[in-house]
Design a protein around this ligand. Structure first.
Ligand SMILES: Cc1ncc(C[n+]2csc(CCOP(=O)(O)OP(=O)(O)O)c2C)c(N)n1
Ligand SMILES: [Mg+2]
Length: 570
């Protein structure tokens, strides 16, 4: 008996390992929805497609598994766009089934017609339409294979009449994914070893490409007497059980990581594609190893760039490295890092006036969450506090929008993490701006009975933007938010909800919140004046802050200036 295209698509997704499909149904998707309902793939009904894409990309990132999203034609499948950008930037294997109007009407500005190929080509590794029923299996196979192999989003555009058609000549194409071990040639490794063996002050700088290479990186750092700095995305993989760790560089980093990378004479960059160019050293020799050839030397000129998996490359490199004896460079930065850790321990406390600082909230959440908790954090101050103050231990993971930098990623990403990890504690650190942007999907959490724990960092504003404005010397502009009581909103939607405003009530409130068996939202009034300080004292922000202070005083807001100074500098 011949099969319908919809069945062939779903069957292929099953064979490629898809477990969940997030989306919202619509008429052009009906045949596919029907086939999904008869399959092993679980459909997760969302309230906003964008949230569905965030959920899918988090599941795909955390499991490495192909994860699907599907929507109706026109606005339905258009709504995924921001989450699809997030997925593709995070190299998350996600497949979007964008259902389309019938072929006969394409090209005539039919109601709900959107040219998805044009829209999604910019944020995918594969984007094509199934033009005929006979193409269905072959094209779905290649879409799945591309998403898994090139690590990104595949968009499969499926006209409604195609998905309803029968396939008479079904050829058995199937998905092949291979994981070759890639490492530089022996000649390249010798050249790299020559550079590293001559270095006197060597630093290792690790990025997210270091995920599987903890042991090898430590062995190289041991031999070269190098401290190990890392990007935010590599925190989960390099911070734990690492005696040579000197933390992050970049805006969220600390002065040890920042200065070690700038002051070394030789930098070994591993799986790192950090975008901000001011954090790269100008005088050092730089060796870069990355699995993606397009990353080599694209942020900063490098002395030698090679393609390879970090684990396999370092395994092959290690025998060529000579033992360095002078540990003074590493010692200096490890000491500076230890001092930084001590000082943050002293400083990250309750606000002086009994208020709750965002950094302290992050620390208390981190201290009380499960050892293997999965965290999400909204772009804005929640992500900054999460990366700075939640300790990695090799089991925990933090998911934030570090490459796309989008608001509202936290709560819907938590949905994908909890769906794919039913037994794990999933904790979302949300901004008041972030959570309200995709509020509707709190209802998905309730409907799906997901025991996600959400902390809302309510500073009554778009805080991160306000900090940027102050650093430019501007008064805060369009950043205020008139918020509801988020705990009441949560309770009205069926979650557990509680508000906390006083520092001395925070620890017990966090414990009660985390001990809830179902979905729970803790609404925390955090100090609105706390700044996120970069790891360096640059002249521009300092001038900006001074200008801001003058303007604020001239506008009769001397109290604000005093609050800011008291909270951040005294
Ligand atoms: C979709 C989107 N819109 C706007 C921005 C610009 N932006 C970055 S952080 C931020 C403020 C976030 O506010 P909130 O969630 O309340 O976090 P806060 O920084 O106040 O803690 C804004 C508007 C963005 N990154 N993404
Ligand atoms: Mg805010």
């Amino acid at each position: 008996m011949s099969k319908k295209v919809a069945e062939i698509i779903v069957e292929t997704l099953e064979s490629a390992g898809v477990k969940h499909c997030y989306g919202i149904v619509g008429d052009t998707l009906n045949h596919i929805a029907g086939a999904l309902s008869r399959s092993s793939i679980e459909w997760v009904s969302m309230r906003h497609e964008e949230a569905g894409a965030f959920a899918a990309q988090a599941e795909a990132q955390a499991t490495g598994r192909l994860t699907a999203v599907a929507g109706s034609c026109g606005p339905g499948s258009l709504h995924f766009i921001n989450g699809i950008f997030e997925a593709n930037r995070n190299r998350a294997p996600v497949l979007l089934i964008a259902s389309q109007i019938v072929r006969d009407e394409l090209g005539f500005d039919f109601i709900q017609e959107v040219d998805f190929k044009q829209v999604y080509s910019a944020c995918s590794v594969f984007c094509d339409m199934i033009y005929t029923p006979e193409q269905a299996r072959r094209k779905t196979v290649i879409a799945c294979q591309t998403a898994l192999s090139k690590r990104g989003v595949a968009v499969l555009i499926v006209p409604a009449d195609v998905s309803a058609s029968s396939v008479h000549d079904d050829v058995p194409f199937s998905v092949h994914v291979s994981n070759p071990v890639v490492r530089p040639s022996d000649a390249d490794l010798t050249e790299i070893a020559d550079i590293l063996n001559k270095g006197k002050k060597i630093a290792v700088y690790g990025g997210s490409g270091c995920q599987e290479a903890h042991k090898e990186i430590l062995a190289v750092a041991e031999r070269l007497k190098a401290p190990i700095a890392h990007t935010s995305r590599a925190k989960d993989f390099l911070e734990h059980d690492n005696p040579y760790n000197i933390g992050m560089t970049g805006m969220l980093g600390n002065e040890a990581g920042y200065h070690a990378v700038l002051n070394c004479d030789t930098l070994l960059m591993l799986g790192a594609d950090f975008a901000w160019r001011q954090f790269y050293p100008d005088k050092a020799k730089i060796v870069q190893i990355d699995i993606d050839p397009t990353h080599l030397g694209r942020r900063h000129p490098v002395t030698k760039g090679v393609v390879g998996d970090i684990k396999a490359s370092l395994e092959a490199l290690l025998p060529k490295l000579t033992e360095h004896s002078d540990g003074s460079f590493r010692g200096e930065y490890m000491e500076r890092y230890a001092k930084y850790k001590e000082s943050t321990k002293e400083n990250i406390v309750a606000g002086r006036d009994g208020s709750i600082s965002g950094s302290w909230l992050a620390r208390v959440v981190g201290e009380n969450a499960a050892k293997d908790a999965l965290f999400t954090a909204d772009d804005g101050t929640p992500a900054a506090w999460a990366y700075r103050h939640i300790e990695a231990n090799g089991q925990r993971r933090i998911f934030a929008s570090l490459l796309h930098g989008t608001m509202a990623n936290g709560m819907p990403s938590a949905i994908g993490l909890q769906k794919s990890h039913p037994g794990r504690q999933v904790v979302c650190m949300a901004g008041d701006g972030g959570i309200s942007m995709l509020f509707g999907d709190l209802m998905t959490i309730v409907a799906q009975e997901l025991p996600i724990k959400i902390a809302v960092f309510d500073n009554g504003k778009l805080g991160f933007v306000e900090i940027e404005q102050k650093a430019e010397g501007m008064l805060d502009t369009f950043t205020k938010l008139k918020n509801p009581n988020f705990a009441e909103v949560a309770r009205a939607l069926g979650l557990w909800g509680q508000t906390v405003s006083k520092a001395d009530e925070l620890e017990s409130a966090v414990k009660v919140w985390l001990s809830q068996s179902g979905p729970a939202l803790l609404h925390v009034h955090v100090n609105p004046m706390q700044l996120v300080m970069p790891p360096f004292t640059q002249i521009e922000p300092a001038i900006g802050m001074a200008l801001y202070s003058t303007r604020a005083v001239l506008h009769g807001r001397g109290g604000d200036v005093w609050e800011m100074v008291k909270e951040n500098f005294l």
